[in-house]
Write a protein that binds this ligand. Structure first.
Ligand code: FAD
Ligand code: SF4
Length: 515
């Protein structure tokens, strides 16, 4: 452990709290207090984290420790190396508390229920007072969200988002009405690329060449976590505030103008398209949500990006991101156990390898394991959809998403997976399950052109598993979904299937599940 003697107060900084303006740091006396950070095996294998996810977190943490030292803080940074003995975050913190004897531990409210409970238990066990301070990174506190949600019949994101626009004065006219006249331009944001694809005009994302610190982390990950999924060979993520700001500038300039139109589109060998790739930088707290929102708003004001793109982008951050955090802290810890559809199938092994002949899954999982990234529709309507239709246990689906994405932190990942994608909360977040046949994927991508299966077929050798499982999903859940008005068209179509057809689909689905 690096040489820091005595500390009156110890600020614990977790890997997703890398903000020099954090209120926990503001409370410190730089001469008498200290900051504690640690790399821990426990945080890499409580879910079997991918190499890229571990590398992004550790690289950003090491750079942040350097920034803290540069700003005059005394830092205890407990680093792993390839051969050091295994330990948990609690073990590392316990050793630090024993050696420095602080009178108080201070931390920003952790982003995971599990981590908060662990910290509280450790402080109790060591008899050191713990002060948790509010996470000022976010624009809506858990208490504010609870108050907003209390007594509402429906807690849909759209109402929350309008409230947040008003509260923070975003994309509003002087009279408080929305700029452009509408709150939401989503219907303009669903174009596909058509046969020609995105063409050669796609702007390349900026390059972030690994420096000495990041290269040391990549060696550590390849040595110590060699059996973890995926690869970190193509590391290209911003892991400092300076690089995160450069990533933001590049997005606003190069990709935001087209972001809206093709927000839902997918294309083979084009993992990033017009997306911002800012989620990891935001979730590590290298970027602040309001600075990202204001940058997009300024692009609209200056006429460099259209309203459908700017509103669509801002809705993701001011709306969805804050909303899912509100849901998480409102519903945890019970939320983790939700399984409204009684799903009990295993997650297919190919989720960990990408080794499948199904072109859409191969593309989405392949780029996930290579880059730690897939965009929203790939997560929701390819990997998430397949797990939903197959009936995989939501907890297992959740653990996969938490393990493989560079932006995965439980407060944001869990509601997206359990609530939005798997409908496991029974409709708290989504008004109906995101269930679709392979034809949706065919419409929004070119994947089916490169696949031996046919999205129009539900049975037979060419049957697309999405299409088979879609009908099987409706058959299995018909009773549960019957009262949902928004499912009435889908269930009416189901009603038209003959008894023979239903039997054939059920058998084909069983074969897929058994495979
Ligand atoms: P863009 O498409 O450029 O969107 C801009 C920003 O909006 C993102 O950077 C992100 O901060 C925010 N955002 C967009 N959609 C959402 C959303 N649904 N919820 C919260 N924030 C959103 N996002 C995570 O940050 N971490 C996760 O672990 C995560 N897990 C997901 C799991 C599933 C099953 C699904 C369906 C979605 C998940 N998302 C998660 C949301 C979304 O897919 C990612 O935020 C997005 O793909 C990140 O890529 P980007 O930065 O290029 O986003
Ligand atoms: Fe995916 Fe089905 Fe299309 Fe193949 S045919 S790419 S499995 S949707």
């Amino acid at each position: 452990m690096p040489f820091v003697r005595d500390a009156r107060r110890l600020a614990v900084v977790f890997g997703d709290q890398l903000d020099l303006e954090s209120p926990a740091l503001a409370a410190l006396d730089k001469c008498r207090d200290a900051v504690f950070m640690a790399e821990a095996d426990g945080e890499t294998n409580y879910v079997w984290s991918s190499k890229m996810r571990i590398a992004v977190f550790f690289a950003a943490m090491r750079h942040f420790a350097e920034a803290l030292r540069g700003a005059g803080f005394r830092v205890v940074y407990d680093a792993l190396d390839v051969g050091s003995t295994k330990r948990s975050f609690s073990d590392a913190l316990r050793a630090c508390v024993e050696s420095l004897g602080p009178e108080e531990i201070i931390a920003v409210h952790p982003g995971e229920w599990r981590v908060r409970r662990g910290l509280e238990e450790l402080a109790r066990e060591m008899d050191v007072p713990l002060r948790l301070v509010e996470d000022t990174h976010f624009l809506c506190s858990p208490e504010d969200f609870r108050e907003w949600a209390a007594g509402r019949k429906s807690v849909r994101m759209e109402y929350f988002y309008r409230e947040m626009r008003r509260r923070h004065g975003v994309l509003l006219k002087d009279d408080g009405s929305p700029v452009g006249g509408d709150w939401n331009y989503d219907k303009e944001n669903r174009a596909s690329f058509g046969k020609g694809g995105p063409g050669g005009d796609l702007p390349a994302p900026p390059r972030f060449r690994p420096d000495t610190t990041t290269r040391a982390v990549l060696r550590l990950v390849n040595g110590r976590f060699a059996d973890h999924p995926g690869s970190c060979d193509d590391f290209n993520w911003p892991v400092t505030r300076k690089d995160a700001l450069a990533a933001l500038d590049a997005f606003i300039r190069d990709r935001l103008p087209i972001f809206g139109d093709f927000q839902d589109a997918m294309w083979t060998d084009e993992p990033f398209l017009y997306h911002s790739l800012l989620s990891a930088a935001l979730n590590l707290k290298l970027l602040r949500p309001m600075e990202v929102i204001r940058a997009a708003e300024a692009a609209y004001a200056e006429g460099t990006a259209p309203l459908n793109a700017v509103e669509g982008f801002i809705r993701q951050i001011l709306g969805w991101r804050e909303y899912v955090r509100g849901i998480y802290w409102w519903k945890m810890p019970e939320y983790l156990k939700e399984n409204a559809l009684g799903a009990d199938a295993d997650l297919p092994d190919f989720y960990w390898t990408g080794d499948t002949g199904l072109a859409c899954l191969r593309a989405a999982i392949g780029q996930t394991l290579r880059h730690g990234y897939a965009h929203h529709i790939q997560r929701l309507m390819v990997t998430g959809l397949y797990a939903l239709l197959l009936g995989v246990r939501p907890r297992d689906v959740h653990e996969w998403y938490l393990a493989v994405y560079v932006d995965a932190v439980e407060w944001v990942e869990l509601p997206n997976t359990l609530g939005m994608s798997q409908y496991a909360d029974g409709g708290l977040m989504a008004s109906k399950p995101y269930a679709a046949t392979g034809k949706y994927i065919q419409r929004m991508s070119n994947y089916c052109a490169d696949c031996p299966k046919n999205p129009a077929e539900a049975t037979g050798d060419d049957a697309c598993p999405f299409t088979t499982l879609y009908w099987d999903f409706l058959l299995r859940n018909e009773k549960r979904l019957r009262g949902n008005q928004r499912m009435s068209l889908q269930l009416r179509n189901l009603g038209r299937l003959s008894a023979d057809r239903r039997t054939a689909i059920g058998k084909a689905a069983d074969r897929l599940r058994g495979r």
